[in-house]
Design a binder for this molecule. Structure first.
Ligand code: ZN
Length: 279
């Protein structure tokens, strides 16, 4: 099953995507849908108003998650190519909901930063509450997967050791286009499956890797994070990005006014966003 949150003239709607059409589920967004214990059955059976899937106005997949957890330095190929040792523990940081935008929205480029970078990330969406998960309950807590572009203001990120200030600029972070349940994917990341993950900047491939390169896999991450706090429906976990980010290139490449950045994961879909300078 594939789910999305769309904007309509009368507000947000959670929809089920059936090929060329999107069917309203009666819930306002994917978080409120996932908060129903029967979300899968409810969404599968829903028969609300129907929209043409080609003209949807996509909101952030989860417009206001309780938590947006992000993992740094988590691709084996990227860590080793940088000459670093594989980490013992995951690097964890967060974003706040005002950072999120839809999969086709414009990324706001603030005048205060001239090092705005992209990071394609496989992202887990939680479908049921879980604390102190073991591997089995971690898997059961996964509703599905989506894509997050962890847009990063590298100059602000590096001002201090804590890099939150480079990671949560308002209207910077595409999340979507849709939630895809594991059964729809060619390989399940929870089994270490390899899905191709890519980014393309104004037509040029910048990142191209596979999700079997994750150092801490999605099950490991849910086990680890749920030791610290309860993960709840609609929470998102961005699992980190492979090599090829703009800041690590020679010469560096950043998002500039009018540039289009496409971030994609095989079987899920893509965020396609134009960067736009704030006037
Ligand atoms: Zn990231």
């Amino acid at each position: 099953m594939r789910l999305a949150t769309i904007r309509t003239a009368t507000g947000l709607r959670a929809v089920r995507l059936d090929g060329d059409t999107a069917v309203e589920t009666g819930e306002t967004d994917v978080r409120t849908l996932l908060e129903r214990p029967d979300w899968a059955e409810h969404a599968a059976a829903a028969g609300g108003p129907v929209h043409d899937a080609s003209t949807l106005d996509l909101a952030p997949l989860v417009p206001s998650p309780e938590k947006i957890l992000c993992i740094g330095l988590n691709y084996r190929d990227h860590v080793l190519e940088m000459g670093n040792e594989l980490p013992e523990y995951p690097t964890i940081f967060g974003k706040f909901a005002p950072a999120l935008i839809g999969a086709r929205d414009e990324i706001e480029l603030p005048s205060q930063s001239d090092r705005v970078d992209y990071e394609a990330e496989l992202t887990v969406v939680i479908g049921q509450s879980v604390r102190h998960a073991d591997a089995e309950s971690a898997r059961a807590a996964i509703a599905g997967y989506t894509v997050l572009n962890d847009v990063s203001m590298r100059d602000y990120q590096r001002r201090t050791k804590q890099f939150l200030q480079g990671k949560t600029w308002e209207h910077s972070t595409p999340l979507g286009p849709e939630l895809v349940t594991p059964d729809e994917l060619p390989a399940d990341p929870a089994d270490g499956g390899a899905l191709r993950i890519r980014s393309e900047l104004s037509g040029e491939i910048m990142q191209d890797s596979t999700t079997d390169q994750l150092v801490f896999g999605v099950v490991d991450l849910i086990v680890y994070l749920s030791t610290i706090l309860t993960l709840n429906p609609g929470d998102v976990i961005a699992t980190g990005t492979p090599g090829g980010v703009g800041d690590a290139r020679t010469p560096p490449r950043y998002l500039t006014d009018g540039a289009e950045i496409v971030t994609s994961v095989e079987g899920i879909g893509e965020c396609r966003n134009v960067a736009r300078s704030l006037q």
